[in-house]
Design a protein around this ligand. Structure first.
Ligand SMILES: [Zn+2]
Length: 273
């Protein structure tokens, strides 16, 4: 029996679910939330008539609302065949690097667990990683998830296959997508708190290879509190002699240069620490 739960997600079952999935499932549909914050309340509200199997926040947190052997109410006629993940954010907004990483991990897991094929699906008759919009009127006639996120499916696949995207060229032009990652993030420092801090902590866990083991004492708890441990980890990253950035002042403050350095490392342009 394939798994009904994804162990990286917090399980929060909702009422909006009915019937069983067709097994094996055909693949994954990443939806765009068009909003922010956990969808638990909305999907547990019978009046909304919607749900998804999973939700992925901009800072990499996962919640599971519907077990994988039950239908979520995410894409109408496609519900019995596809696992759905709602992804926080907006259609014209790219995934955060941690979201791409998490989607890659999820897809890799689905390939092992469900036999998902390592390919992009652009039709309801296909298999792989698809879009809501490919279902047309029978799937509710949505444009979800928009061009930016639909175009990320190959990057997600590459992550799932262990090949980080953007790692092909030596010479990365100024202003390339990877270089712009995190460009808009605020400067954070000891005492900062909130979702941006949690995103930083998740990113640092990936950079330092502490991303998966909850019992790993070196792992930063992504609690959104920028404390001494986060400061120390940022300083360590700043001291790391990156081929692209060299060392930058190790003040433990995450400003624009530090965010860009993280973006380079997470997109595979740089060695990890
Ligand atoms: Zn959708």
């Amino acid at each position: 029996m394939p798994a009904t739960r994804y162990s990286s997600a917090t399980y929060r079952p909702v009422r909006n679910s009915s019937g069983t999935m067709t097994s094996p499932t055909k693949g994954l549909i990443p939806h765009v939330q068009v909003g922010k914050g956990s969808l638990f309340g909305w999907f547990d509200n019978p009046a909304s008539q919607v749900s998804s199997h999973l939700w992925l926040s901009r800072s990499g947190t996962l919640e599971q609302y519907v077990p994988f052997d039950k239908k979520a109410w995410a894409e109408a006629a496609g519900n019995p065949f596809w696992i759905s993940v709602e992804c926080e954010g907006f259609p014209n907004e790219d995934y955060t690097p941690i979201q791409l990483q998490r989607l890659g991990e999820l897809y890799a897991w689905g390939m092992r667990e469900f036999g998902w094929r390592p390919q992009v699906a652009d039709s309801v008759d296909g298999f792989g990683i698809g879009t809501h919009r490919m279902g047309g009127p029978k799937w509710g006639g949505h444009s979800c998830p928009g061009d930016v996120r639909a175009d990320r499916r190959r990057d997600i696949l590459e992550m799932a296959l262990g090949n980080k995207p953007d790692a092909r060229g030596e010479d990365v032009p100024e202003g390339s997508d990877a270089r712009q990652r995190y460009a808009g993030m605020p400067t954070l420092q000891e005492g900062s708190r909130g979702a941006d801090v949690a995103e930083l902590q998740n990113a640092l866990n990936i950079v330092f290879h502490h991303e998966t083991t909850a019992g790993d004492l070196a792992r930063l708890a992504p609690d959104g509190e920028y404390g001494t441990l986060t400061t120390a980890r940022v300083a360590s990253l700043q001291r790391y002699a990156s081929p692209w950035f060299g060392r930058i002042g190790d003040d433990g403050v995450c400003g624009p240069d530090t965010w860009r350095k993280i973006g380079y490392i997470l997109t595979g342009l740089d060695r990890t620490v």
